[in-house]
Design a protein around this ligand. Structure first.
Ligand code: UFG
Length: 329
């Protein structure tokens, strides 16, 4: 029996595919390659070039492969873009999840690990954020992820579907051997943008606001290594395969770092001064997002290995330095 990784050619997906193979799972990958890269995937995993909204293509895959569980990453995931293209986000993310669930039900596949996001919380009511805190998204991307979580809940009430929803905080870093890493077009995430400066691709980093109610005035986020996220997916999958209940987990490091602290750390790792300029706040950015990840540690036995921001940035730097243009070389 194999695990289907939908959206497996993307950033978190490709690291999870590798971790699954290393853990001895048989893996099948599907991706529409709009934001993912075939080059991010090991050749030994069978690959299906398909869109999750294509029911016929999913039916064919499920009829061909012996799938016992699905990890669903396939989604559009840019907060800013989601505000400009809400219909596209609902279509790709919510409609995509609906078609997937219909196909899974038709083929009696009952185990699903779903990529959710800290964006479901919106402006947090407390920090660190607990899974039971109120979820009031402040952007369309987070709204689509929350809508899918609700869909999973109701679908599971009426069928054999069981699911784990994983709410990621700020995914970052790269596979330590430097073979795969983060490659977005366009890039909007803090750490890769910072590293473009020492790579000579950008003159300075724009800091989006220095007047937040935080110690240095810049936003605080919870940065979690992509390989630790990958391991959490394997634990979530095993939880389901062993008959575990539906569950929602935060995945973060539990530590908050400000934009200035991330910059200082990147300066240390790269030995470059990385100049900055203060730019206006980015609309919709909460001042502080930090996960409580006690539940994932206790119930899944998750133990993140990358506990130091310096080590996380080192892996990102190694990847970007050796692949300055991502996979497009
Ligand atoms: N930032 C800058 N300058 C930049 C880019 C980012 O100052 O050029 C700041 C942002 O304002 C923010 C922090 O760096 O304070 C991190 O920004 P990212 O864009 O890297 O990440 P976000 O926290 O905005 O987004 C992440 C995930 C999203 C998810 C969101 C949940 O990438 O998928 O958390 O709120 F939706």
């Amino acid at each position: 029996m194999a695990i289907l990784v939908l959206g497996g050619a993307g950033y978190i997906g490709s690291h999870t595919v590798l971790a699954l193979l290393q853990a001895g799972h048989k893996v099948v990958v599907a991706d529409n390659l709009t934001t993912g890269y075939r080059a991010a995937l090991p050749l030994e995993a069978p690959f299906y070039h398909l869109d999750v909204r294509n029911r016929a293509a999913l039916d064919k895959l499920f009829a061909t492969e012996q799938i016992e569980g699905v990890i669903h990453f396939a989604a559009l995931s840019l907060v800013g873009e989601s505000m400009q293209q809400p219909l596209q986000y609902y279509d790709n993310n919510l409609h995509g999840a609906l078609v997937l669930l219909q196909a899974m039900q038709a083929h009696h596949i009952n185990n699903l690990v779903f990529s959710s996001s800290a964006a479901v919380y919106g402006e947090p009511e407390q920090v660190p954020i607990l899974e039971t805190d109120s979820a009031q998204p402040t952007n369309c991307y987070g709204e689509t992820k929350l809508a899918i979580e609700r869909l999973l809940f109701w679908a599971s009430q009426a069928s054999n579907l069981r699911y784990v929803s994983l709410r990621y905080f700020n995914a970052c870093g790269a596979q330590p051997d430097g073979q795969i890493g983060e490659a977005h077009q366009p890039e909007t995430h803090l750490i890769p943008l910072i590293l473009q400066v020492p790579l000579g691709q950008r003159q300075k980093l724009a800091v989006y606001g220095d007047d937040y109610p935080t110690p240095d005035g810049t936003c605080i986020r919870d940065y979690v290594h992509v390989c630790d996220l990958a391991q959490a997916h394997i634990l979530a999958l095993n939880h389901l395969l062993q008959g575990g209940d539906n569950a929602v987990f935060n995945l973060g490091s539990g530590q908050g770092f400000s934009v200035q602290q991330v910059l200082d750390c990147a300066r240390q790792v790269t030995g470059h001064p990385i100049p900055t300029e203060i730019a206006p706040r980015r609309p919709g950015d909460p001042a502080r997002l930090v996960a409580s990840c006690t539940k994932a540690r206790q119930q899944l036995g998750w133990q993140p290995q990358f506990t130091q921001l310096t080590d996380i940035i080192k892996t990102a730097w190694q990847w970007h330095r050796s692949h300055p243009n991502g996979y497009t070389e």
